[in-house]
Design a protein around this ligand. Structure first.
Ligand SMILES: [Zn+2]
Length: 262
């Protein structure tokens, strides 16, 4: 079966629109009065640029949460992106895995992405970087754990934190580039202390209340004490690890709560 993901979007707050495909990837469009910002770009198999253009014709800045393919491969359409310098290696490693990922996900890639025939300029992204969009500003926040250089965006005016994969009900610390659980716990604690009421990740079409972070902390601390199962990351099955199942269904956020370690 060939998967050709279709895009859809949903308004989550006054300035935030979540765009998702039909295979579980998402990205976030923040629209100010003068400028717009796209946080993450999904897998690059859809015409995301045109889709965004139909929502807003404001000038657009593209910011990536981290280098994994399901966040960064759509970047080829945009010419330039902001990415933490530590994530360049992750992005480049993802490119070497591309043939395998394509085979395992049955993705249909545009020619430019398949051949690498596109120009992409990377700007470094660091904690404290500000992106003023009008009455709302996005502020970069370092959220290490899932990867070393994972970055979130804080929208202070809307008390919203965009987290990419850095804070998640199904947390993956499986990769070579993932840091220890203790680092993830520090990131959870930092996120909970930020002036935000909600978090929005890059695999969900909804926001979670910030109180969910306490559940994620409990999950991370349950390693070794809850049911475990073997786990293989389906796009790259040689990435194997252990899934620790904390809660099959959490009624507050309507999600399974688990953590996957190396
Ligand atoms: Zn990731």
């Amino acid at each position: 079966m060939i998967k050709t993901p279709k895009l859809e979007h949903r308004q989550l707050t006054e300035h935030v629109i979540q765009i998702g495909d039909s295979v579980g990837n998402a990205c976030t469009l923040v629209i100010g009065e003068e400028h717009s910002l796209l946080f993450d770009t999904m897998t690059g198999t859809c015409d995301l640029k045109q889709y965004v253009k139909e929502i807003t014709d404001l000038p657009l800045t593209v910011v990536l949460s981290h280098g994994h393919f399901d966040h960064s491969y759509g970047s080829w359409q945009f010419g330039e992106v902001y990415l933490n310098a530590q994530e360049r290696q992750v992005y480049e490693k993802s490119q070497t895995l591309l043939p395998e990922i394509v085979q395992n996900t049955k993705a249909v890639l545009p020619e430019q992405l398949r051949n690498g025939s596109f120009d992409l300029i990377f700007h470094d992204l660091k904690e404290g970087d500000l992106f003023p969009l009008g009455s709302i500003t996005a502020e970069a926040v370092s959220l290490p754990g899932h990867t070393r250089g994972s970055i979130g965006l804080l929208l202070r005016e809307e008390r919203t934190l965009l987290v990419g994969d850095a804070v998640s009900p199904q947390m993956t610390l499986l990769f070579e580039e993932s840091l220890p659980v203790s680092t993830y716990l520090e990131t959870l604690s930092k996120s909970a202390d930020l002036p935000a009421d909600r978090i929005i990740g890059s695999h969900f079409m909804k926001a979670f209340p910030v109180s969910a972070i306490g559940i994620f902390e409990d999950c991370a601390r349950s390693i070794g004490k809850v049911r475990r199962m073997k786990y293989a990351f389906s796009p790259v099955p040689e990435y194997k690890g252990t899934l620790w199942l904390y809660e099959i269904h959490n009624p507050l956020i309507d999600e399974t709560i688990c953590i996957i370690t190396k």
